[in-house]
Ligand binder design. Structure first.
Ligand code: FE2
Ligand code: FE2
Length: 249
C-alpha cells in the first residue's frame, strides 16, 4: 500500500511519535507557509467541501487530551498534544486557503457536531476508533483534493495535510494495539464488526455530502468508497489483530 504505513507489533513506547511530531514542527517552521498572496481559485462545490473539512479539523482536542492523561502514560499524552496541534494547523491551513479563495470559514456543520458528540461520550479506546474513521476518510479525501484540483495553492495545502494524516494513522494504530492487548478474541471480533459498520456509514455520508466536490476531482462516489475501504482493510488488522497474539514490547 502506498498511502499509509500502519506499523506492526504492540510497542507501548510512544517516544518515536513525540520525536516525529517535534521534527515536523521544526520542518514546518523552516519551510514556512504556502504563498497565500498568490490566491486560490475554488470551485463553489470544492469551497463548500473544504469549509466542512475545515470545521472538522478545528476541534480543540481537550476531550482527547483528558482521556490520554487519564490513561497514565505521560509520553503518550505528550504525543497526543502534538498530534492535536498538528490537526489545528490543518484547520489553520484550510482556513487560509479558503481566505485566499475569497471564501469564509463555517462556524459549524452537523456532521462535525455528531462526530464530536459521539467521541465525547466514549472512553479513549472507542474515541480513537471513531477518530480513526475521520483519519481514513481524510487520507482519501486529501489525495482526491491534491490530485483533482487545477489550483496550485489547493494542491500544495492538500499535499501538506495528507503527509501529516499518513503519520496519524499508524500513531493511532499503535495505541489501539495497546488498548486491545488484553481483550479476548470475541471482544476484538465484535469491535472489528462494529468498526466496519461505522466506517461504511461514515463513508456513505461523506460520499453524499461531498459528492459534488468529488465529481470536480474526477472521483466517483463509489470509487471514493472503494478507496476508503481499501485503506481501512489494511488498518483494521493492524489496530485490532485477530490472529496473532498481541506482543507488548
Ligand atoms: Fe487533519
Ligand atoms: Fe489526522
Amino acid at each position: 500500500m502506498d498511502e499509509v504505513q500502519v506499523g506492526a507489533g504492540g510497542a507501548t513506547d510512544f517516544a518515536r511519535w513525540t520525536g516525529e511530531f517535534e521534527a515536523k514542527v521544526v520542518a514546518r517552521a523552516a519551510a514556512g507557509d504556502p504563498d497565500w498572496a498568490r490566491g486560490a481559485r475554488l470551485d463553489p462545490a470544492v469551497a463548500r467541501s473544504v469549509q466542512r473539512f475545515q470545521v472538522g479539523e478545528s476541534g480543540d482536542g481537550a476531550n482527547l487530551i483528558g482521556k490520554a492523561d487519564r490513561a497514565g502514560d505521560p509520553v503518550y499524552s505528550a504525543a497526543v498534544r502534538l498530534f492535536i496541534a498538528e490537526e489545528r494547523n490543518h484547520a489553520r491551513l484550510l482556513g487560509l486557503l479558503l481566505r485566499a479563495g475569497g471564501q469564509p470559514t463555517l462556524s459549524g456543520h452537523w456532521t462535525d457536531a455528531v462526530f464530536v458528540r459521539l467521541r465525547r461520550a466514549l472512553g479513549l479506546r472507542v474515541e480513537l476508533m471513531v477518530l480513526m474513521l475521520a483519519e481514513v476518510v481524510a487520507l482519501r479525501y486529501y489525495r482526491a483534493l491534491r490530485d483533482g484540483t487545477t489550483d496550485a495553492l489547493t494542491t500544495q495545502v492538500a499535499g501538506l495535510i495528507l503527509a501529516d494524516e499518513q503519520r496519524h494513522v499508524p500513531f493511532h494504530c499503535q495505541r489501539l494495539r495497546v488498548a486491545f492487548a488484553a481483550s479476548s478474541r470475541p471482544a476484538r471480533l465484535f469491535a472489528v464488526a462494529v468498526w466496519w459498520v461505522l466506517m461504511v456509514g461514515v463513508t456513505a455520508v461523506v460520499a453524499v455530502d461531498h459528492g459534488p466536490a468529488l465529481r470536480q476531482f474526477g472521483v466517483r462516489r463509489a470509487d471514493f468508497g472503494r478507496g476508503v475501504f481499501g485503506l481501512f482493510a489494511v488498518i483494521v488488522p493492524s489496530a485490532i489483530p485477530l490472529r496473532d497474539p498481541v506482543r507488548i514490547a
